[in-house]
Design a protein. Structure first.
Length: 425
């Protein structure tokens, strides 16, 4: 038995390590170990007022605070019988897509792309590819500004609340930013062409890809859950009855299994399941790869994220046009906030975070105090699938040196884009 140990996987969100074993050259064991303490957010929320949940849960992660904020809001609106207006929904969708773009741009270019070109130090990445680095930063900065204008600040939004928004986002600022959208789209396409010219390791392992799915849309804000292994779409509440949350004695994270098996979520899962819903330029970009779907190579999650950047820019353009028309029709202050009173109830919501499906569930008493909270994050869903990928990958690397083995292993782990802060929530 040959042991492979990597004590710290850099360039991921949070702290994790890897330990694996190659047994008789053909069979491997693999385990991802989280190096962060449990943060107990679900326990912290018990007894607190309903309106605190979107604020507190956004602190779970500094990279994807918006989707935690919005998923909590959506679940609590169900519990409180609040129906947001169309104007609110459009702004929320733009806000969520902005977060997808800046998260994907950070990960795909600055965290995973260096693996594809053999660069360990990102300062060397900036020196070797200054123009491409600038493009990636410009695309990301554009998305960060969207989040600031609509959410109230760049990290941990304060403007998006239960029922809508505290104030209307500065339309003049938003309009000025949207004048750049065609330029940003072309920059995103250039980033994809640059990154996708690199070779990815050869790897195939069929798995159950799970994502939200709706008619006539690349699902991200709403939808039922689609499972690729049986080609079935089921309601979120039905799927959750089949999902088992497990805490192993040596871990600080909950793992998720569906019908006793590992599942995969995230950008590649969404493209596999919802390719027809991609916008035109995003679809063309994926087709340049010449990959027939479904794609069973998890390394392609890197390319899938950049395709989603292109899709999101196109989608924001469409949503912004819709927002403009709504704004021209009526006075807006009354349409961006719904009034309500606390009441007892239960609510849940699922949204697509950059890394995959995120789930929030709450129960409230008559005074609006939180009696129950459950959060399932994407990394807790896919971590078992990542380990199974590694178990199949390691025997294929037996002819490589130990150094090269570790490089490929780290590349696959980073391709998944794990978020350990979310996993140890």
């Amino acid at each position: 038995m040959k042991t492979i140990q990597i004590n710290h996987i850099a360039k991921t969100e949070g702290h994790l390590s890897f330990v694996g074993a190659l047994i008789d050259g053909d069979f491997a064991q693999a385990r991802i170990e989280t190096e962060e303490g449990a943060r107990l957010i679900e326990g912290i929320l018990l007894g607190r007022k309903y309106y605190e949940a979107p604020i507190i849960t956004s602190r779970i992660c500094g990279i994807c605070p918006i989707v935690h904020n919005l998923t909590a809001i959506k679940a609590l609106e169900q519990a409180l019988n609040v129906r947001a207006t169309k104007e609110v929904l459009v702004l929320r969708k733009i806000l969520l897509l902005g977060q997808w773009i800046h998260s994907h741009a950070l990960h795909a270019f600055f965290l995973s792309f260096p693996d594809l070109v053999g660069i360990n130090n990102n300062l060397n990445l900036l020196k070797k590819y200054p123009k491409q680095s600038e493009l990636a930063l410009q695309v990301r900065d554009w998305a960060v500004e969207i989040c600031r204008i609509i959410g109230g600040r760049t990290v941990h939004p304060i403007n998006s609340v239960i029922g809508g928004f505290n104030v209307e986002p500065d339309f003049t600022e938003l309009e000025k930013l949207m004048e750049q959208r065609e330029e940003i789209l072309q920059k995103a396409i250039k980033i994809f062409d640059f990154i996708s010219a690199r070779r990815l390791p050869k790897f195939q392992r069929p798995t159950n890809y799970v994502s939200l799915k709706t008619k006539n849309e690349y699902a991200y804000y709403d939808g039922d859950m689609f499972f690729s292994d049986n080609d079935q779409t089921v309601k979120v509440e039905t799927a959750l009855r089949e999902i088992e949350e497990i805490i192993l004695p040596y871990e600080r994270v909950k793992r998720v299994r569906h019908d006793g098996r590992a599942i995969m979520v995230g950008a590649l899962a969404r493209i596999n399941n919802n390719f027809d819903g991609l916008n035109a330029n995003a679809k063309k970009s994926w087709e340049k790869l010449g990959i027939i779907l479904p794609c069973y190579n998890s390394f392609y999650n890197i390319f899938a994220q950049v395709v989603e950047i292109i899709h999101c820019v196109e989608e924001i353009e469409s949503l912004y046009s819709e927002y403009q028309k709504m704004r021209e029709k009526s006075g807006f202050d009354s349409r961006l906030k719904v009034n309500f009173e606390p009441n007892p109830g239960k609510g849940f919501a699922a949204m697509e975070a950059p890394r995959g499906i995120l789930y929030h569930e709450y129960e409230l008493d008559r005074a609006g105090n939180i009696l129950h909270c459950n959060i399932i994050s994407p990394t807790t869903i896919f971590i078992s699938n990542l380990e199974q990928d590694l178990e199949q990958l390691i025997p294929q690397l037996k002819k490589l040196s130990d150094v090269k083995k570790k490089v490929v292993i780290k590349t696959l782990i980073r391709a998944y884009d794990p978020c350990i802060s979310c996993a140890t929530h």
